[in-house]
Design a protein around this ligand. Sequence first.
Ligand SMILES: Cc1ncc(COP(=O)(O)O)c(C=O)c1O
Length: 386
Amino acid sequence: MTDKPSKKINLFDCATSQNIIGRGKIMAALEKVLEHGAYCQGPETKELDQKLAEYSGTKYCSTCGSGTDALTLALMAWDVKAGDAVFVSSFTFVSSAEAPVLLGATPIFVDSKPDTYNMDPEDLKRAIAEVKKEGKLNLKAVIPVDIFGSPCELNEIIKIAHENGMKVLSDSCQSYGSVYYGKKAGSIADMSATSFYPTKPLAGYGDGGAVFTNSNEENELVKSCRVHGMSPDDHYDNVRLGMTGRMNSFQAAVILQKLTVFDKELEDRYRIAKRYDSELSPYFGKQRILDNCRSAYALYTINCEHRDELMAYLKEAGIPCGAYYPRPVNTQTAYKKWNTRSVPVCEKLSKTVLSIPMHPYIEEDEQSYIIETMNKFADKYSAKAA
Ligand SMILES: Cc1ncc(COP(=O)(O)O)c(C=O)c1O
């Protein structure tokens, strides 16, 4: 058995990349912002818009203040409002549903598949049929989520949405860098939103986000909504409602530096995930990644019937872990009034999932210790069940 590593094991690692990139390079990039003084949407944000669009293979990218802003701005560009139905994954971080609700729309929660944890296209069809039958809401948009960085069944979801006259906003907040049938996250749905929150695969040192689209018209609307609905011709004429959604130039300067090591970091996440896949006991259920796809592994998440015992055991062994997410959004207090559909798979997942350390800088001996410690738990509980 591998000894417990002397260094603390981290669930995420938001700091080591500073040493890999070089503190000096990051400080120099920040100094530049201090020198030019364009702190909001300065030259760094424009360069980042361009580099991210190139990276994901989209025509346009507009950086903004956070992933939540990105989701909200995309929906604002589509004029989502009261009376609109927006179909959204329930097994997700709250923002996926918060964005449509902030605009007055009605979230219709959709169940997940038990193996991918992502939106179930069959349940989406059922939810659409129910809303149509009731005839009270206008079918507007679908927000599927690539949970934990793993691509959802976007082709199927886009087909269903388009057949019903709806657009698809991909919540790629956890999956920037993932690949779906050869295409990068951000480039597949009608619009996509991502987050650069410090625990995300492409992480800033603070909040940040971006909206992706191939439509110039949509991109112009996002850019306008990002600054209070400003007209491109007259900055003191606000022609629609918007918000303060800008990215600050310091954050863009950091993310530009982080982009230089992003592919290497993704490879390292992938390598560690593959080791977990092959060496963790089959007692643990593992998130199924779709064929021809690659997860960005924002998190590595297993499921286990004895999740709470496993959590306590890992904490005791010095292995950090987290239950993402312990409550589907539809059951959370602020969202209960929209808890109109049964989502049994999401409810079960919320009781059994557990995320274990996942970041590019987990040492070999830490990986071995995590795997061996977890497998000991699996042996004990498998024997109990036998
Ligand atoms: C699936 C999902 N959607 C949206 C968000 C919101 O991103 P942000 O925290 O940058 O607003 C997050 C971030 O945690 C997320 O995980």
